[in-house]
Design a protein around this ligand. Sequence first.
Ligand code: LLP
Length: 434
Amino acid sequence: MQQFPFFYQESNTSTEALFCEDLDISEITNVFGTPLFVYSKQRILDNINAFKNAADNTGHPWKISYALKANSNIELLRIISAQDVGASIVSGGELRAALTAGFQPEQITFDGPGKTDAEIDLALRTKIKAIVVESSQELEVVHSQAIALGIVAPVYIRINPHVDAKTHPYISTGLLENKFGIDIDQVLDLIKTFHSPWLNIIGLHTHIGSQITTITPFVEAAESIKHLVLKLKQEASVDIKYLDLGGGRGIQYHNIITHPNIPFENSTNDALIPTHEEFLSSIANVFNGMDIELTVEPGRAIIADTAILVSKVLYTKSNTKRTFVIVDAAMNDLIRPSLYGAYHQIVPVSIVANPEIHLASVVGPICETGDFLALDRELPIINRSDLVAVMCVGAYGFSLSSNYNLRPKAAEVLIDGSKVRIIRKRQTIEDILL
Ligand code: LLP
């Protein structure tokens, strides 16, 4: 793996400045403005290669299928599709994006608990690898549409394995109180009652949650699914050829970038995060000796640390309780802190010598108390007009952004060595209003 693409280096202005690959971030924002998502092409390639190499080292044939929901910028998708990975989609829009970006239909699987009839029709006509069915009613719809089109539907059944992923409740998906999948205890009966030449039930799928930082829940889910595979074979003569174990691999969000003048961040979780190889081989071991193709659908682990969100300080103010740094990025640009209490490291774009460190809350201009990027964070003193970078925003950053408070969406740029290009124009008010 190459050097991490975001780092501090002496700049033209003689202080140390944040760079992405060969370019000075402050010079980039002079051209493209703020708030600005800045992506490193090198990091995307490195992350995919790291996953592939780890998969190869497990000795089991793994397929890697990128979850588009993490980031569906079409230019980024083009880079990803060229690396010979699959695409995991959840809507007709994502299907269109995947095909436009160069993914082949036979590399695409369609997840999600609420596909519309039109989306199922499109998926069948496009001849994607599999529709991941999440309820018996959905299976009926797929069945009747397959008959109507005269196409045999390739189907995976998404299993709800009753496994607690021990992550934020909003992104935990493997428990019976969650809306996802079919209860593992109902699957055998369902498949027995649905014998039809129009349904080709070739795979099982599960996804137990996101930002999972230990291996245990993945292995627990894999064990349950293995038992189901064996039961389906023995009791229903169904041969499962494909197992898709979803996404969810957690990543580090603290100390993404370190420098002597930036406070070190305490985190208990980061030290526990397994390597890709530990993660993949623990799952592969469960299926040892079985002739089954294994897939993972990472989103965050591929794209999160490839980007930063650069924002300009509008104002600072203090009262007896708190110091606020009000920046021009807000919860409409990055909702993760507001929605999940998620942690993103925030660093100054320019390093000053011997900085005074204080506790500050970095907040946006939106009229909600929940509009914050960081609360009571140890930071070097930051002044009006300074730039800050929010780290690790490539996954569920732009893709979850909105126009709340009628704020136009931020621009996105891609750095490739010493080249920069815009990969999404900054929205204008006219784009939103008209
Ligand atoms: N496969 C399925 C079926 C999924 O639902 C997801 C994510 C993934 C794969 C990719 O998971 P990943 O590897 O990225 O964890 N907005 C939240 C995360 C929501 C995840 C939704 N499903 C966040 O910002 O943390």
